[in-house]
Design a protein around this ligand. Structure first.
Ligand code: SF4
Length: 708
């Protein structure tokens, strides 16, 4: 790709041998020698027109990460190092400042391992410590972090990757997960995570070849979709096996719900991490790693690994995923009245089976596929064989896409939905948020609110119109008309800009478009949306499994419509979710793998003994820390709420017909939830809660957080 290599000057700054330190870490009563590591730190940078490029590696500034100096620890939750210090952690982050070309490798502070384990935990702590309150999520100061976990790159089943940043869509914390093989490659290159800050002067991409790191010109890539970018970089490198995370045109154009595409078909979808990447003038990150991830106690690890495989085999939910992926959930959601239809007005869709595995098997699927090393193989590869969209190569249409781009828009042709989702993937836009935005726009059109938006007469924006949906997708991605510019901001901001009654049917919580599970038939799901750390999200605990599927919670069958008994369940599920997100596991793996087995695998891999209780406590610590972050960014209790439609309009169909989650229900659940969490009536973590969880927070937030 000669067009990519023009104007490149390679500056070899040589090889320096650096001792990353004999670090003695005080963990209360134990002194831990984390060893001495000699590291080849040869770094190559490519001049892409930066005014200053400091690539010195003679000093490594550990303060870049600003390790948390937690207070004294209780014995209960301390992660005890084992005698053998070999570990699946790589013990360093790669830090890249695109503004000045600074590239450093930074030792991971022991306390980060102790109290935050990995993935979401690392990202949350660093974001809290490093970001000044109120910074522009699309400004150069925001951090974009690709984080791994202690099991990433091992043979532990069903692992994923994790991006953490401040969301431009919601203005609060964002963690977004992706499958595939990009994340293991970060470990194989020698890093526990990549932390990117600053903004490149010109379009750039980062090439990480083990310890060699380059910032290359992406001028020739700018404007390409995610798939073409992936191909072009592989061609430029002459290597088909490198792993690539890239943005499409949406990320370049600042669409607030743009995503990062990892490999061809795995996306860090929610919350706009792609827009953060685009704001940094960063088109892609390509990684090649040839190191191995070491295991502390291989025999114990293999035993735990076998246990995990058996647990997965025994799980009925996992078996269902293996057969039909998430597509099987379409029929379930329809039968239970939770499937969104016509911008969530309804909870059922007469043609649901056309979008479910039945329809997808008939029209799309050719075989199964999986993320690296995953035995569940929940994904499918397929192609549209007949009709207008013939020739499109497609993945499974996941439940959320089928619900939000299909039933929610009154579109039942699964081939058309596959086409719309594929467009989103190529442009690099979250198909969930995009579906929500299109549903909002179609209702706004119905209500006569889009008259000033110069919609061509040939475009029908009513529900059911595939052409209308495609017009909106292209308008948003390309930002070439007034409607696209309005909708690229997401439902919340678009509704505020439109005025009239638009906010009455703007389906979001804290700016994140509502997932494909209407909560009026499951109050606990509503509480989860109200309180989730990244905005309305179904993946930080999924109460529907208990409320609607009838699985007892702590021995009790719950009434799905009642606000009672939901707070403890939701908080517990969130804690466990945040705890296991430090492992960067796939949610579907945790349908089968028990907490005890996760803990055994982590202990054996890292040489740090952890228990299920420590995983959950770590999750609770992270949840509270993220709450402090979000409070600092301006949220308050009034934002812990549901879209008006779920509150004021009773569900017209399905088993929960006639039900809504009233203001009274919301208030009751919210106060119960705050009480269970150890927060004030205003939703602020109390001093005792922070102390119990050993959460350090800045002095100037002590009053705000209730700490004395
Ligand atoms: S269950 Fe599916 S999404 Fe999860 S890791 Fe396995 S293949 Fe990937």
């Amino acid at each position: 790709m000669s067009n990519l290599s023009t104007n490149m000057t390679t500056t070899d700054v040589g090889t320096t041998t650096t001792d990353v330190g004999m670090t003695t870490t005080d963990v209360g009563t134990t002194t831990t020698d984390v060893g001495t590591t000699t590291t080849d730190v040869s770094i190559t940078t490519t001049d892409v027109g930066m005014t200053t490029t400091d690539v010195s590696m003679t000093t490594i500034d550990a303060n870049i990460i600003n390790p948390a100096k937690e207070s004294a620890k209780s014995k209960k939750s301390r992660i005890e190092p084992m005698a053998n210090l070999t570990s699946s952690y790589m013990k360093q982050f790669l830090f890249i400042d695109l503004s000045n070309g600074q590239i450093e490798r930074v030792p991971v502070p022991e306390l980060l391992y102790d109290d935050y384990i990995g993935g979401k935990g690392f990202g949350a702590r660093i974001l809290y410590d490093r970001l000044a309150p109120g910074i522009d999520a699309l400004g150069s100061d925001n951090l974009l972090m690709f984080m791994t976990g202690p099991l990433t790159g091992t043979i532990a089943p069903a692992m994923r990757g994790c991006v953490v940043t401040k969301s431009p869509l919601t203005g609060i914390f964002l963690d977004s997960y992706f499958g595939g093989s990009f994340s293991p490659e970060i470990k194989y290159a020698g890093y526990d995570g990549i932390i990117i800050t600053g903004r490149a002067e010109k379009p750039s991409w980062i090439w990480i070849d083990n310890e060699i790191v380059e910032i290359r010109s992406a001028t020739g890539l700018w404007g390409m979709d995610s798939l073409k970018t992936n191909h072009a970089i592989k061609e430029e490198l002459g290597d088909d096996t490198v792993k690539i995370a890239t943005i499409g045109q949406a990320g370049e154009n600042g669409v607030l719900f743009s995503l990062i595409c990892c490999e061809y078909n795995r996306q860090a979808g929610r919350g706009g991490a792609g827009a953060v990447m685009g704001s940094k003038n960063l088109k892609a990150v390509a990684v090649r790693g040839t190191r191995s991830v070491k295991i502390s106690d291989y025999q114990a690890f293999e035993k735990a690994h076998q246990k995990a495989l058996v647990e997965l085999e025994k799980s009925a939910e996992v078996e269902a995923l293996r057969i039909a992926g998430t597509a099987s959930a379409v029929e379930y959601a329809n039968e239970t009245g939770l499937l969104p239809n016509r911008n969530y007005k309804n909870g059922t869709f007469a043609k649901a089976s056309d979008l479910a595995d039945t329809g997808q098997r008939k029209h799309l699927w050719l075989g199964a596929s999986a993320c690296m090393g995953c035995p569940i193989r929940c994904s499918k590869m397929g192609a549209v064989r007949l009709g207008k969209y013939k020739g499109i190569v497609t993945d499974i249409v996941e439940y959320e896409s089928a619900a939000l781009m299909g039933s929610n828009l009154d579109i039942s042709d699964v081939r058309a939905v596959a086409h719309l989702v594929k467009l989103c993937d190529l442009f690099g836009m979250d198909s969930m948020s995009t579906g929500g935005v299109i549903g909002f726009a179609m209702e706004a059109c119905e209500n006569g609110l889009l008259k000033n938006y110069s919609i061509p007469e040939s475009v029908d924006l009513s529900f059911g119109s595939v052409k209308g949906a495609e017009y909106i997708i292209r308008s948003i991605a390309n930002q070439d008309n007034k409607l696209g510019k309005l909708l690229a901001k997401g439902v919340k901001k678009a509704a505020q800009a439109l005025g009239g009654n638009a906010e009455d049917f703007a389906m979001h919580t804290k700016g994140l478009e509502t997932p494909g599970w209407g909560p009026r038939g499951a109050s606990g799901m509503g509480l989860a949306y109200m309180t989730t750390d990244r905005g309305g999200c179904h993946q930080r605990g999924f109460p529907i499994s208990y409320e609607v599927a009838g699985v007892p919670w702590k021995g009790k069958i719950l009434d799905p419509l009642s606000p009672c008994d939901k707070a403890d369940m939701v908080a517990s599920l969130q804690n466990y979710s945040a705890g296991t997100d430090t492992l960067v596991k796939c949610d579907f793996g945790s349908f089968g793998i028990s907490a005890a087995t996760y803990a055994e695998m982590v202990s054996a891999a890292t040489g740090r003994k952890i228990s299920p209780e420590i995983i959950t406590e770590t999750g609770e610590r992270i949840w509270n820390l993220v709450r402090l972050f979000n409070l600092r960014e301006g949220i308050d209790s009034s934002k812990d709420t549901l879209p008006p439609r779920f509150v004021r309009e009773a569900l017209p169909d399905g088993p929960a017909s006639g039900h809504s989650i009233t203001e009274k229900d919301m208030l009751y659940m919210k106060q119960e939830y705050y009480r269970v969490r150890g927060w004030s009536k205003d939703g602020i973590p109390l001093h005792d809660t922070l102390k119990r969880l050993r959460i350090r927070h800045e002095q100037n937030n002590e009053n705000e957080s209730g700490a004395a």
